[in-house]
Write a protein that binds this ligand. Structure first.
Ligand code: SF4
Length: 572
């Protein structure tokens, strides 16, 4: 029996995320390609974190006929539940395997290994001796061809790509079952769904730093293919989905994509897509989007308002449309062929605020913009930082909401225009960037968070992921979930409802809601506004309480006691 291991080293690209809690389409399509060739093949899916935690798993890998590694970070990210595999890590594991044929796939194979923002990618020469195939084309196509050719390495073209988006239909459906082997399955796993690849702006060269134009003109997956894939995933127990694998969800199925830079959006297609998903996955827990081109929203407000309303009708709240702003400086915009001017981005921000700022069932606004900036681009100067700050301040002063501001340093990727420039500008402006980041955290992000989630707001279904001392960190499931610090040690891998009590720069502090006054730890009690350390100790000394009166009587200040009552329950 054919035995294959898929080692997920995680991917993070401008248009695709596969770091837990996300699983990208890459391992799913590859599993589908294998099962399409041999429905009895035994496929073992393992993540790099599972190997980091249990080295003996390498033993299992060594018994496989083929090991396929999926890896590559081409945009820098901040991660809580996993970190992309480094080239050295992968090399060390592969060196221990003698029997299997080893194949590297994903952005690492195509562009090299991104290490961190501001640093050039590391080419694959470091791992070339430990892999038999570095699949620079589409991993699933190459794996399928390799199997069809009786595993003959001579027959393989490592550049081989799918001919059209329709080619992945069977692979996507057949590979859906692999999600059951993901350690986050089923409750905390988000499946990243591809709707198309290739940026419409590739006809004018695309943005100077972006790898997406290298994938050619937009190639849309048919609506029924996407819906059928989600149906299969749903039948396998998946409840969380993000339509994140495309350059701009508002441009999906645009009729004139391929002939114009900013194609007119197709609201009917989006209605069919979203309603179709809801029809086949009626009790889904998360349905979110990711990238949106603000230049499209600014040019086609009527169509885009219609699409935003459609998304809100079918999605789950707390959704984010990530706008690639990159810079508000006209010099940088021109030199790097960026997609929108500062004025156009502002129009797009206003449009989404108008349609999406209402608070939804989980406590978060329905659909808000997130803004991505990239630093280290050609033409960048000190005044770029000033213009970017003014732009953000203007949004704040206009009482608009942003869900997030992402300030990234460029990773120069081979094949892009910025690869020649490399990290020269980033290095020159390193300290300006750090100062700017601090200024934005303090002057924009913190006040924006307070506006977004006023104290006392209840957020539901925070999944607890990690401890830092006596602080428990968790997030809601979804696109760009907000980091929530819950004082006290609370059970991990558990869902909590919380009430907001305080703010960091990019996170909030919240306490479980309602909080069981008779069992909650001191650190949690102390975080309730007004309670302080002494009163918290007094509450602990007088527990258990049967009712409100007993609690009020135990405290020295009736007003504060009533404030505390807004947070607590009296379960034994
Ligand atoms: S608009 Fe620019 S950043 Fe976005 S996918 Fe196209 S080329 Fe890349």
């Amino acid at each position: 029996m054919l035995k294959v291991t898929i080692l997920d080293g995680y991917v993070d690209e401008p248009t695709c995320l596969g770091v837990p809690p996300y699983i990208s389409p890459y391992p799913r399509y590859i599993a589908g390609a294998i099962w399409n060739y041999d429905s009895f093949a035994q496929i073992f899916y393992v993540t790099i974190d599972q190997i980091r935690n249990n080295n003996s798993l390498i033993e299992d890998l060594s018994k496989s006929d083929i090991v396929v590694v999926v890896a590559g970070m081409s945009v820098p990210g901040r991660y809580l539940s996993g970190f992309p595999a480094s080239p050295n890590e992968i090399k060390n594991i592969m060196e221990k395997l003698s029997k299997p044929v080893k194949i590297l796939t994903g952005p690492a194979a195509r562009y090299g290994f991104g290490i961190a923002g501001g640093k050039k990618t590391r080419d694959t020469s470091i791992v070339k001796d430990v892999f038999d195939i570095i699949a620079q084309g589409d991993g699933e196509t190459i794996v399928y061809d390799f199997l069809k050719n009786n595993m003959s390495l001579e027959e393989i073209n490592p550049q081989e790509c799918r001919r059209s988006a329709k080619d992945v239909r069977d692979f996507a459906i057949k590979g859906a079952s692999i999600v059951k082997q993901h350690p986050f399955y089923p409750n905390y796993l988000i499946t990243e769904i591809e709707t198309y690849r290739g940026c419409p702006r590739s006809i004018v060269g695309g943005c100077s730093f972006c790898s997406e134009p290298s994938k050619g003109p937009s190639d849309f997956r048919p609506i029924e293919d996407v819906v059928d894939e989600i149906k299969t995933l749903y039948e396998r127990g998946v409840r969380h989905f993000r339509l994140g694998n495309q350059p701009c969800i508002f441009s999906y199925m645009s009729k004139d994509a391929g002939s114009v830079e900013f194609p007119r959006p197709n609201p009917d297609a989006l209605e069919q897509l979203f309603s179709g998903i809801r029809r086949v996955a009626p009790s889904l827990g998360t349905l979110h989007i990711d990238n949106a081109n603000p230049g499209v929203l600014a040019r086609f407000p009527v169509e885009c308002k219609k699409i935003a309303k459609t998304i809100i009708k079918y999605h789950t709240s707390g959704d984010v449309a990530a706008f690639g702003v990159e810079s508000a400086d006209p010099v940088v915009i021109k030199k790097n062929n960026l997609k929108a001017s500062a004025d156009e981005v502002l129009i797009a921000v206003k449009l989404l605020n108008e349609i999406g700022s209402k608070r939804g069932f989980n406590g978060m606004p329905e659909l808000l913009p997130g803004l991505n900036f990239v630093f280290g681009l050609d033409g960048e100067s000190k005044s770029t930082y000033e213009l970017n700050y003014e732009f953000l301040k203007n949004i704040l002063d206009q009482d608009l909401l942003l869900r997030r501001i992402n300030l990234r340093q460029i990773i120069p990727i081979p094949g892009t225009k910025m690869y020649q420039t490399g990290n020269r500008i980033m290095l020159k402006n390193k300290y300006v960037f750090q100062r700017f980041k601090r200024k934005v955290r303090e002057g924009i992000e913190r006040p924006m968070l307070k506006r977004l989630l006023p104290s006392g707001t209840v957020l539901t279904n925070i999944f607890t992921e990690k401890y830092d001392g006596k602080l428990t960190f968790g997030r809601q499931l979804g696109s760009y979930p907000l980091l929530v610090g819950v004082p006290g040690v609370h059970m991990l891998n558990n869902f909590l409802d919380v009430k907001v009590v305080d703010y960091g720069y990019r996170s909030i502090t919240a306490v479980p809601f309602p909080m069981n006054i008779n069992s909650v730890p001191r650190e949690t009690l102390q975080a309730i506004p007004g309670i302080g350390e002494k009163r918290a100790l007094r509450v602990l000394a007088n527990r258990p309480f049967k009712n409100e009166k007993q609690l009020i009587d135990s405290l020295d200040d009736v007003d504060i006691a009533h404030k505390i009552l807004e947070y607590v329950s009296f379960n034994p």
